[in-house]
Structures are given as C-alpha cells and as structure tokens.
Design a protein around this ligand. Structure first.
Ligand code: BTN
Length: 273
C-alpha cells in the first residue's frame, strides 16, 4: 500500500499554481481532517491551510453520518477558508465547492470515456446532487462537508472537507449499491497526490469566483449538473418534483398543489417511482 507523499502534493500544487494548500499537513492517520482544520483555524491558521490524511478513524459526513475512510485508497482532504463574505452570504459556498469537485472529476472522466475505459466510466456522467454530493452514474463518488464558524455577522472561517473515492475496488455492503470510485469507473492511473492538488486548485478558483460574483458565474453549471431536477423528492417535509436551484442556491420543489417552494437546507430523500 502506498502512503501519501506530501512532497509530491507540494510539487503539484506549485506546478498548478494553486491558491490553496499552504501550509499543507499530511498525516498517515487522523480522526477527521475536518477536525484538524477546525482546530487549526481556531488557532489562527490562514486561508488555504490544508489537511490530508491517508486514513481517518472518525471520518464524518453530513447529518452525523460516518465517512468510510480506509487507508491507502481514497482522498480525505480539508481546507481552511477565510472568505471575505458576510455571514448572510456564505451558505451557497457549499454548492460551489461541489461544482469545483465535479469539475476535477469531469476532466478526469472525459479521456477515460474517449478510451472506452472499463467499468461504467464510458456511459457515466458527473452530476451534482443538491447540495453537494458528486455522483457518477447515479452513485456517489465524492462527498463534501462544509462547516462555517461565524463571529456575529462575519465569517471567521469555513472548513471544506472533501472525501473522494479513488482506488477503492469495493465498499462495505451498506454502501456498495450507492458508492463508486474512480478506479471502478476505469480511472486508476492518477496518483492521489495529483488529484489532491487539482482539488485544491479548483476549490481555490471557485472560492475566488464566488467572492467576486456569488452564484451568478455558476448558474450554468448548476443547471447542467443538477441530478435532482425532475425527480420526486422530500426535503424536510416538503414533497414534490425538484425544479432546479434558484439564484440563492435554494432547491426548488414543485408541489402537487402547484406551489413552487424554495428549500434552503435539509437532507434530500428521492422518492422512488
Ligand atoms: C457527506 O457526503 O456526507 C460528506 C462527506 C465528507 C467526508 C470528508 S473526508 C475529509 C473530511 N473529513 C471528514 O471527517 N469529513 C470530510
């Protein structure tokens, strides 16, 4: 099993000119890179400080779920952001981070699809399940956990944690029908170090664009990648057909009563049938 090579990540970061990833901490094992980033942020870590681990013992997902984090296989990455935004504007950054991760995956999937790579890579398309699950062929390839620390009306820090399934060839039974990895999509020749650097570059670019233009520069990609559109969903008791994402980043749901409702947050259940 190959350990993550911190020097290789740093080389790729500088080759790509990434705005995030300095300083960089790479651990063989940690409880949760999001916890590492949060503690560092509380102690004054700057915008861009990044935390990678080869394995997590208490990897966390949204809604209090755990995140499958075995060693040697996948990417577990968290970064400290200090965006110049008021607290009232920060929530949609979660969507934008999802788009950034999706863009890295799309760039990697395109050549594999042209080669007719094994697995379901050639048929699979990258989609974003609101707010920020990255799906390929309907299965989850990456999850993102965004945790903001506010100080009154100001954003003190935002921790963005990304879990990307890279070399995994199987998943525990409870995940196997819902999860996928780059390897399972026919992409097994990209080092995790390069992927980590590409993610940090894409996240950094997306944060800068979000600071400058909020969601407007992302509207086209949000519509193009929206996996929920047209599906029947339930979010926090609001049921209906998903009808896109509004300029504030809220999920629009068209109810059976004909009313269009905008949901700001919540866990989406897709209703079969
Ligand atoms: C989700 O889809 O529920 C979010 C999953 C986020 C997992 C990543 S792995 C790196 C970082 N550290 C954590 O404990 N969680 C995030």
């Amino acid at each position: 099993m190959r350990r993550l090579d911190a020097a290789a990540v740093e080389r790729e970061l500088s080759r790509l000119g990434a705005s995030l990833g300095t300083p960089l901490a790479v651990a063989a094992e940690t409880a949760s890179t999001n916890d590492d980033a949060r503690s560092a942020a509380a102690a004054g870590a700057p915008h861009g400080a990044a935390f990678l681990a080869d394995a997590q013992t208490q990897g966390r997902g949204r809604g209090g779920r755990s995140w499958h984090s075995p060693p040697g296989e996948n990417l577990y990455l968290s970064v400290v952001l200090r965006p110049g935004l008021p607290a009232s504007s920060v929530a949609p950054i979660a969507l934008v981070m999802g788009l950034a991760v999706a863009s890295v995956v799309e760039r990697r999937l395109a050549p594999a699809a042209r080669r007719g790579a094994p697995g379901d890579g050639s048929a699979a398309e990258v989609r974003l399940k609101w707010p920020n699950d990255v799906l390929v062929g309907g299965r989850k390839l990456a999850g993102i956990l965004v945790e903001a620390q506010l100080r009154g009306d100001a954003v003190s820090s935002v921790i963005v944690g990304v879990g990307l399934n890279v070399h995994a060839s199987s998943f525990p039974p409870e995940l196997s029908a819902r999860a996928t990895s780059l390897a399972m999509l026919g992409i097994d020749d990209v080092p995790r170090e390069l992927l980590a650097a590409e993610l940090l570059q894409a996240l950094g670019d997306a944060v800068a664009r979000f600071e400058a233009g909020r969601l407007a520069p992302f509207a086209e990609d949000l519509a193009r990648l929206d996996w929920l559109r047209g599906r029947r969903v339930d979010v926090a008791g609001v049921t209906g057909v998903a009808a896109g994402i509004d300029p504030e980043g809220h999920l629009l749901i068209h109810g059976a009563d004909g009313v269009l409702r905008a949901v700001a947050a919540g866990e989406v259940s897709v209703i079969a049938g």
